[in-house]
Design a protein around this ligand. Structure first.
Ligand code: HEC
Length: 121
């Protein structure tokens, strides 16, 4: 019986996740997967950032710095993680978790946080 209840809880949980993901709302996806490090407002001040984290997550509200990155670069680092662009493995890759649409809405959301167009390709 307990196992059965457990299954229901897991199923409901996945259902909620799927609903959030299918809408592909950049802010929701960001809050769910990224805010623990990058902070809810993208300032790089999430609860996972302690003195034990060897590198600071980037401040997404810094338009000058964020304008040095292209959207394609951001999509790549989100998909494949920091090491793919010779940066820290503290930035995980999300290729197994997020689909292309979710990555695209994340890039759009981060551009809203910096209020900057980004480096043009
Ligand atoms: C476990 C903590 C952690 C999580 C979770 C995390 N990041 Fe990061 N992220 C980092 C760190 C640390 C860096 C800085 C890496 C460096 O500068 O070497 C970073 C850097 C970045 C960068 C900038 C890359 C660059 O070239 O400077 C982007 C864009 C980014 N993260 C997006 C995301 C998105 C989107 C998510 C959610 C899907 C996410 N991150 C989740 C830790 C995290």
């Amino acid at each position: 019986m307990m196992r059965f209840i457990g299954l229901i809880v897991v199923t409901l949980g996945l259902g909620t996740l799927a609903a959030a993901a299918s809408a592909a709302d950049g802010e929701q996806v960001f809050l769910f997967y990224c805010a623990q490090c990058h902070g809810t407002g993208g300032k790089g001040d999430g609860p996972n950032v302690t003195k034990f984290l060897p590198v600071s997550p980037r401040d997404f509200t810094d338009a000058v710095e964020m304008n040095k990155l292209t959207d394609a670069h951001m999509a790549q680092v989100i998909r494949d993680g920091g090491p793919a662009i010779s940066k820290s493995a503290m930035m995980p890759g999300w290729v197994d978790t997020l689909n292309d649409e979710e990555i695209a809405v994340l890039v759009t959301h981060i551009r809203k946080l910096c209020d900057c167009p980004g480096k043009q390709e």
